[in-house]
Design a protein around this ligand. Structure first.
Ligand code: DP6
Length: 333
């Protein structure tokens, strides 16, 4: 049994990405259009592997995450996403979705980005939707904005676009980049990024300035990437992250994602720079810190930051991809 031109089942794998120019705020919630463009590095670690299998007899979708059946908001988010896929494909068929994350869910390691990138890729194959990268990126965006960028390998720019058709991510030429991920806390964050960015847009007096300055930072970042200017890429990365956290903290009621340990990591990275090691910090909607480095500096920076939490050096990763049927059957971890 298949839907459209698709297969009965497919398995896809995608990796999270860490933004160097952040996405924080939407101009259209329904279409998931961002208030400004953003730019990220897709990682080669913490992958999500997702199998989607049609279930012709089922009345509802099912969603299993790391072997646990999901209900409530997690299930309905997947099911609403599949409703959009079914509407486009003209199919009524429900699905069983089995997902495995190699990173802790909800700890600011962007598991919704790898999750929806993998789901968009598997669902497009099964329901027979277009599978070119731009179409996959536009579809993944509807699940989670940052997922649009995880379709793309390496450095990706997500264009704010004029509407649904033009808001997708694509690859950007850039120097070789690596990151040291410092996991200071693996617990699920108290306020989701979706909720907190809504709050920032509604209540922060700095939000309008954030949006216009993000467009400027993005233009500057694209130029720095083209010129392969690592120092400029790093400086923009760190200052843009601090600006995002300033906007988040200026919301009403305030939200604070960075913990004292996160701040200590930012300070340690400044101290590394003073000793001549070029490293730059960023953090998403959580306390964990990602430190941008040249690949050759990753081992030394990882060693220097090991006292703050679990450290892991990562490089540029591949875009979302279907797994060959045999690899999928072999059982991912
Ligand atoms: C801080 O993509 O998780 O990681 O679009 O509402 O699903 P939704 O939000 P999400 O937000 C990511 C925010 C961020 C910055 C970034 O990745 O650019």
């Amino acid at each position: 049994m298949s839907a459209g031109d698709g297969a009965a089942a497919a398995t896809a794998r995608a990796h999270p990405n860490i933004a160097l120019v952040k996405y924080w705020g939407k101009r259209d919630e329904e279409l998931m259009l961002p208030a400004a463009g953003s730019l990220s590095l897709t990682l080669d670690a913490f992958a999500t592997t997702t199998e989607l299998r049609l279930d012709p007899d089922a009345a509802e979708d099912r969603f299993e995450l790391n072997g646990e059946p999901q209900s409530g908001e997690r299930l309905s988010r997947v099911s609403r996403f599949l409703d959009l896929v079914r509407e486009r494909a003209g199919s009524p068929l429900r699905a069983v979705v089995r997902s495995r994350n190699e990173a802790p869910t909800g700890a600011g390691l962007a598991s919704s980005a790898s999750g929806f990138a993998a789901l968009a890729t598997a669902a497009s194959a099964v329901y027979g939707l277009p599978q070119d990268p731009a179409s996959l990126s536009r579809l993944a965006r509807r699940g989670s904005g940052s997922a649009a960028r995880s379709i793309v390998p390496g450095v990706a720019v997500w264009h704010a676009g004029d509407g649904d058709d033009s808001s997708f991510a694509e690859a950007v030429d850039a120097p070789e980049l690596a990151m040291v991920i410092v996991t200071v806390d693996e617990r699920q964050k108290a306020v989701s990024s979706r909720e907190a960015m809504r709050l920032s847009a509604r209540t922060s007096p700095f939000y309008a300035g954030w949006v216009t300055s993000t467009e400027e930072s993005l233009a500057e970042m694209l130029q720095a990437c083209r010129e392969r200017d690592f120092t400029r890429i790093g400086r923009i990365t760190e200052s843009h992250a601090l600006r995002m956290h300033a906007v988040i903290q200026s919301s009403e009621p305030p939200v604070r994602y960075l913990s004292p340990t996160s701040i200590a990591v930012f300070d340690a990275v400044v101290a590394l720079r003073e000793r001549g090691v070029e490293a730059y910090s960023t953090a998403d909607a959580g306390p964990n810190v990602a430190v941008l480095v040249r690949p050759g500096d990753a081992p030394a920076v990882a060693e220097a930051l090991a006292g703050f939490g679990r450290v892991r050096a990562v490089g540029a990763g591949p875009g979302a991809a279907l797994l060959p049927a045999d690899a999928a059957r072999g059982g991912e971890p």
